[in-house]
Design a protein around this ligand. Structure first.
Ligand code: PXG
Length: 294
């Protein structure tokens, strides 16, 4: 996705896209040493901005990366970048890298972190996928265990997710289900997962080893507010195969139904009523809440 005239913010300074560059010695590039966020804005308002900024600070803390910018300044950087690009609807990629250092793993040789804000338009799944649902397969690439790199950290190390996505696409699917070290369902390569069975909604707990998705939290609150029973519990592939409905949540995907999983039709193969209701309520919420940009 490349918009020719994008203005990109790097360490507080705006650059035209073609001049928006960082050093080849940045440890974000050399070691994937850094963290990021994907944030959406709708209708001139940034959705769940505080939550995303909190999460990037938590991710940074977890990898021992000090961000020398305050929460409020980070929010302002996001808003200013959207403004500079005169956008009302789109997507922000916020990246904090360890910064420029020598060759060698030690982060202590990096002088200062770099904060990058890209604001752009977004297109992910085509409209028909929201109407019909996605095809999913199980990937052989697992989520890393908590004692490797915590899957709760939204780090610049997305290779296992990328490899899983390659598997999913190779199988002709749109998304891939990633299991944890126990073989239980964790999440998808860039989305969290939910199922509905006999009117009850369930989703794996964060402890299953996943990103604590902000859209996931929104979906949980929405479902409960609508009077649904929602529980966090261990979920196996069997549970998904035999579910009445399955849907995914993510900043990019929003709330999206699943039609087929590992060649098994989910329910009757059409988006179910709970999924449709949550999609609708989610849409209402994003259109009517968030931090004003202008
Ligand atoms: N799991 C993983 C592994 C993710 O990367 C989610 C779940 C959903 O979390 P949120 O907080 O977005 O509800 C994500 C989010 C991109 C992109 O550009 C990736 C995400 C979100 C937006 C854009 O690939 N990942």
């Amino acid at each position: 996705m490349s918009d020719s005239n994008l203005q990109v913010l790097i360490d507080g300074e705006l650059f035209p896209e073609k001049d928006a560059k960082i050093s080849v010695f940045d440890h974000g590039l050399l070691y994937g040493d850094g963290v990021f966020e994907g944030i959406r804005f709708y209708n001139g308002r940034v959705f769940k901005l505080d939550e995303h900024i909190d999460r990037i600070f938590d991710s940074a803390k977890a990898i021992h990366l000090k961000i020398n910018v305050s929460h409020a300044e980070m929010c302002q950087a996001v808003i200013n970048t959207i403004k500079a690009n005169q956008l009302t609807d789109g997507y922000v990629r916020l990246v904090v890298t360890r910064g420029t250092g020598g060759l060698g793993l030690s982060p202590y040789r990096c002088e200062k972190e770099s904060v990058i804000v890209i604001a752009s338009k977004i297109t992910l799944y085509p409209e028909e996928d929201y109407r019909n649902g996605l095809k999913l397969v199980t990937c052989s690439t697992r989520r890393p265990p908590h004692d490797a790199l915590s899957p709760a950290v939204k780090s610049l190390n997305y290779l296992s997710n990328v490899m899983a996505k390659v598997e999913a696409l190779a199988a002709g699917a749109e998304e891939g289900v990633m299991l944890n070290q126990q073989g239980l369902v964790a999440e998808c390569t860039g989305d969290n997962i939910f199922l509905v069975k006999n009117g009850q909604i369930s989703t794996p707990p964060v402890s299953a080893g996943m990103l604590d998705g902000i859209t996931r939290r929104v979906a949980i609150d929405l479902a409960r507010d609508l009077g649904h029973t929602l529980i966090e519990r261990d979920i196996s592939r069997y549970d998904l195969y035999t579910a009445d409905e399955v849907f995914l949540t993510g900043t990019a995907a929003e709330v999206i139904p699943v039609r087929i999983y590992d060649e098994r039709e989910i329910g009757n193969g059409k988006p179910g009523p709970v999924t449709k209701q949550l999609m609708q309520e989610f849409r209402k919420m994003v259109e009517s809440s968030g931090t004003s940009i202008y």
